[in-house]
Design a protein around this ligand. Structure first.
Ligand code: PLP
Length: 408
């Protein structure tokens, strides 16, 4: 449209003359770009409703005989674009976005399982995942067995042939940073025809694609978004599996906003740059922490003394942004160190440009028995760092001053 051109007043269907301006303002003009003229950034489709000019086309869509859009909760173009971009990154055929990472997990479990089914999960799983599975067991009759991701014998023993339908795990785990043996777990799932579900949030979208995983789950709130201003989740796999989850849990009404999709699509453009910087900083800081007095048990899969470092090297391109360590002290000392940090903000989540810190006991223990709590290493002296993209020397100086200033 040129600057001076005026849109034609709209005519109603049929004959009937010009529309009143009150009607026109509701049925406003839509600007279509010329075929050879493109926006560099995709438009954000905030429209909840989509229409066809002919009923025949609408009927085809409802009957699944054509693709298209009808209602935002079912499918949205901006969301769909992100789904396909995420799938390409993870190396899967298809994807499905949810309102949060936890919704991706709950949609997957509720979409694939029914009461009486059995699933296997790891006690090192993300705390709300443990809570969700506890709820599914207690209120919805989905049975489960919890094992250690490191205990291969117990994992295989937990399988009840015919009844166990699914296994879910993470790697590295949050926040202990244990490394799951991907080859072992995926082969076991194939051997017993279990659906393998990997929560790949910690590793990121460019890791683990070489393994035969049925469902990759991501919290897009983390590395994909990267800027602490958008929430979302993704379920990635082949189209058949993704559709089983999308439609199997459809009536739960989960909805991923196109505005969040736009923010995450923007974040995704710098995904590799951010991830590489976070991981480079994290390795540097993990090594630095090991040199500080009053710091012990520094855990980062990229450290040579991590118990499964060789496996991590084989499985991962980079080792992520999260470090866990203990201080020599009690809960008060831990809180004092955290409160003394200036650059690290005391906040949940990970994979953002900002560096963050949390005490592990308060945030990650729970839904564990006594032995697991002990083995988890989630004590009152534990601290989790999520490393951002700031200058690494500034981050080290901040840690040095907080630890030496608080613990002497
Ligand atoms: N999975 C893991 C491993 C996480 O760390 C998190 C969040 O911290 C989630 C899932 C849940 O993601 P969201 O916060 O987007 O619901």
């Amino acid at each position: 449209m040129s600057r001076d051109s005026k849109p034609e007043p709209k005519k109603p269907k049929g004959d009937g003359g010009l529309l009143n301006e009150r009607t026109q303002v509701v049925h406003n003009e839509k600007l279509a770009l010329a075929k050879e003229n493109h926006a560099l950034v995709s438009p954000t489709y905030t429209s909840v409703k989509y229409y066809f000019e002919k009923m025949e086309q609408a009927e085809k869509l409802v009957k699944g005989e054509r693709t298209g859009f009808l209602y935002g909760r079912i499918l949205n173009p901006s969301v769909r674009e992100l789904e396909l971009n995420l799938a390409r990154l993870q190396g899967t055929e298809d994807g499905y976005c949810t309102s949060s990472g936890l919704a991706a997990i709950s949609n997957t479990l509720l979409g694939l399982l029914r009461s009486g089914d059995h699933l296997i999960y790891m006690w090192q799983s993300y705390k709300p995942t443990r809570g969700l599975i506890h709820t599914l067991e207690n209120r919805f009759g989905i049975e489960s067995t919890r094992v250690s991701v490191l205990d291969h014998q117990s994992i295989e023993k937990a399988i009840v042939p015919g009844k166990t339908k699914l296994m879910i795990w993470e790697s590295p785990t949050n926040p202990q940073l244990e490394i799951a043996d991907m080859e072992f777990l995926t082969s076991l799932c194939k051997k017993y025809s279990l659906i393998s579900v990997l929560d790949n949030t910690f590793s990121g979208l460019h890791n683990h694609r070489q393994y035969d995983v049925d469902v990759y789950i991501h919290s897009l709130t983390k590395f994909a978004s990267g800027h602490s201003d958008a929430m979302g989740g993704a379920v990635l796999g082949n189209t058949g599996m993704v559709n089983r989850i999308r439609w199997g849990a459809f009536e739960l009404g989960d909805n991923f906003s196109p505005r969040e999709a736009a923010a995450i699509s923007k974040g995704l453009k710098t995904y590799f740059l951010r991830y590489a910087k976070c991981a480079e900083n994290a390795l540097d800081i993990a090594r630095f922490l090991k040199t500080l007095p009053k710091v012990k048990n520094v855990r980062y899969p990229g450290l040579e003394d991590h118990p499964r470092h060789e496996l991590a090297k084989k499985q991962l391109k980079e080792f992520g942004a999260v470090i866990m360590f203990d201080i020599e002290g009690n809960k008060k000392d831990t809180y004092r160190v955290i409160d003394s940090l200036q650059l690290f903000k005391t906040a949940p989540s990970l994979g953002s440009v900002e560096s963050l810190v949390l005490p592990v006991d308060l945030f990650f223990s729970g839904y564990l028995d006594e032995a697991q709590t002990k083995a988890s290493g989630l004590g009152e002296s534990g601290i989790r760092l999520s490393i951002g993209i700031e200058d690494v020397e500034d981050l080290k100086n901040d840690l040095r001053q907080a630890i030496s200033g608080s613990l002497g």
